[in-house]
Design a protein around this ligand. Structure first.
Ligand SMILES: Cc1cc2nc3c(=O)[nH]c(=O)nc-3n(C[C@H](O)[C@H](O)[C@H](O)COP(=O)(O)OP(=O)(O)OC[C@H]3O[C@@H](n4cnc5c(N)ncnc54)[C@H](O)[C@@H]3O)c2cc1C
Length: 522
């Protein structure tokens, strides 16, 4: 666009939200760069042109109208802590960041029906503090870093650890500013005198709430999320087995516990000898490199390091959680050589002193930033390659072997894979890649990442979420029937956002006017 049009738009943004809430100097814009960007310092790094921070729904509507008038692309963030997936930077360089962190009101927390109604800028820390200050007996479900927002995290379909760990599944009711500037409420919120906006998700007619997650179809200005009633107790323990193929009955038993509702949290299935953090061991590294299963099993037996370990966590009435853990042990007792280890257990509410001693806070709904101290040392940050694979031991071995093979073939070092049960009936694998302030290393990393995406798709495994840099790549793999799904997304996008102002390129969906030029770049 012409420079004078941009200046005119900035002036109108200032009139709409106040001069001090429009950030257009180089210094300001620098703060909206993605510090974990795998394109850092390269010409393609998407740098915003400005940021605008409205304080209410009417101001959001005014910003949207101005963006339409000038056809300015706008990229929405709530708390902008989306590190690993794009941070606070847009996908398309030159976009104006719509920063909603000033809209940070906790509108309601309902202790009897266990839900909250929130504005975008409320962080997990804010919500936790509100609940503590008001003495309410409900839990939030934070992801590892507590500085992000229930809004941004849920819209991205992120995950936590307690029984409310599937964050998008816990969303009930939204208020959305559409690309036209109109305000819409989903579900029961469409009823002007609604009494159950946060209690019943579906409302009447086609269910559209899902269209605003990982989406560029609207700006969500209020979100309802379900909370967990503070449980009486928490009990945890770990199941350990010693042979590689023990993972088959282990996962079969686990899937049964999940689907039958006995296990309701998120766990990390680990293979301490094969994958995972830690254990720098001069004896183990060459065995891992050789890929000999027998040698790894011998090592596991000799060193008493399990081939697989599965931590389990139970939340609820004291008698019930004790019975659930006993039931799980009974289920797994037929596995050869299985061992069980008791873990932390708590009674709620915790006293201030007890809370200070908790070593695994997010596990019991307490937001934290301790994850940043637990990661392996990295120069700048990391990006996760995160395919969804079946919750099946055999499929898991196949996937781990394929991804390890790509790492080896491309000289990427040992794969460090985390196996998470964030969603029912499938695992998410997270393969962490360091990002650097080094153009060549980042180029290499992008090459490996893209190869993994292709390899995964060829095996039928797709990613659940990705960094903005790779959204086009991932979208390209969801190509059934000549991209029928993407073409449907594009049809909706063109109808709802004809000027293509909202988050162009998000998840590989480009507005009509940019489609040809941009979608072919990946
Ligand atoms: C060490 C580490 C550990 C992590 N662990 C986890 C984890 O356990 N679980 C997890 O899920 N993630 C995790 N993450 C990823 C990330 O930090 C979190 O998901 C974080 O909550 C996202 O940032 P945010 O909440 O500030 O969202 P934002 O940055 O505000 O938003 C994220 C995206 O959502 C969309 N969006 C945001 N607000 C709106 C809106 N109002 N309307 C429309 N669209 C909107 C935009 O596309 C935006 O880019 C981790 C990251 C790191 C670095």
């Amino acid at each position: 666009m012409k420079a004078e049009d941009f200046q005119a738009a900035i002036k109108q943004f200032e009139d709409a939200v106040g001069k001090e809430w429009v950030f257009a100097t180089d210094e300001d814009v620098e703060l909206y760069r993605d510090s974990y960007s795998p394109l850092w310092g390269e010409a393609e790094e998407p740098i915003p042109s400005a940021a605008v921070a409205p304080d209410g729904v009417e101001q959001v509507q005014a910003v949207v109208r101005i963006a339409n008038q000038y056809k300015i692309p706008v990229w929405t963030i709530s708390t902008g802590k989306n590190l690993g997936y794009g941070g606070s930077a847009p996908l398309l360089g030159g976009s104006v960041v719509l920063d909603l962190k000033r809209m940070n009101r906790v509108l309601e927390v309902n202790e009897k029906n266990h839900y909250a109604l929130l504005e975008p800028g409320v962080s997990y820390f804010d919500l936790y503090r509100y609940i503590q200050d008001h003495g309410l007996r409900v839990w939030i479900d934070p992801p590892d870093p507590g500085w992000g927002s229930p809004m941004g995290n849920s819209l991205e379909r992120g995950g936590g650890y307690t029984p409310m760990h599937d964050h998008y599944d816990a969303v009930c009711g939204m208020e959305v500013v559409l690309p036209s500037g109109e305000v819409m409420r989903t579900g029961m919120g469409a009823l002007p005198a609604a009494k159950t906006w946060q209690q019943y998700k579906y409302g009447f007619g086609p269910y559209v709430q899902g269209m605003f997650s990982q989406s560029s179809l609207g700006i969500v200005t209020k979100i309802g999320i379900w909370l967990f009633p503070e449980p009486e107790a928490y009990v945890s323990g770990t199941v350990m087995v010693w042979k590689r193929d023990d993972v088959v009955p282990l996962v079969e038993g686990f899937a049964n516990l999940v689907s039958s509702g006995v296990f309701r949290g998120t766990t990390t299935l680990a293979s301490p000898v094969w994958f995972g953090f830690g254990l720098p061991d001069a004896e183990l590294d060459p065995i891992r490199a050789s890929g000999s299963v027998k040698d790894l099993e011998d090592y596991a037996a000799r060193k008493k390091v399990p081939y697989w370990s599965l931590p389990l966590f139970f939340y609820g009435p004291q008698k019930v959680v004790a019975a659930q853990w006993e039931y799980a042990k009974e289920k797994f007792s037929s596995l050869a050589g299985v061992e069980f280890q008791e873990g932390a257990s708590y009674h709620f509410p915790l006293s201030k002193e007890e809370r200070a001693k908790v070593t695994d806070p997010v596990q019991i709904g307490i937001p934290s930033l301790q994850i940043f101290g637990l990661l392996p040392p990295q120069s700048q940050g990391h990006i996760g390659f995160s395919p969804i694979v079946p919750m099946d031991g055999k499929a898991l071995i196949d996937a781990l072997t394929v991804f390890q093979g790509v790492h080896q073939e491309l000289g990427a070092g040992r794969a460090v894979l985390t196996i998470l049960s964030s969603f029912p009936r499938a695992f998410v694998l997270i393969d962490l890649f360091p990002v650097e302030r080094d153009v060549e290393k980042n180029r290499k990393m992008r090459e490996i990442y893209r190869r993994l995406v292709k390899e995964a798709a060829a095996h039928g495994w797709g990613e659940y979420r990705t960094h903005t840099t790779f959204m086009q790549d991932i979208s390209n793999t969801y190509s059934y029937n000549n991209h029928a799904l993407r073409r449907f997304h594009e049809t909706v996008k063109d109808a709802v956002d004809p000027n293509g102002i909202l988050s162009p390129g998000k998840c590989g969906i480009w507005p009509k006017r940019m489609r040809k030029a941009e979608s072919g770049k990946a």
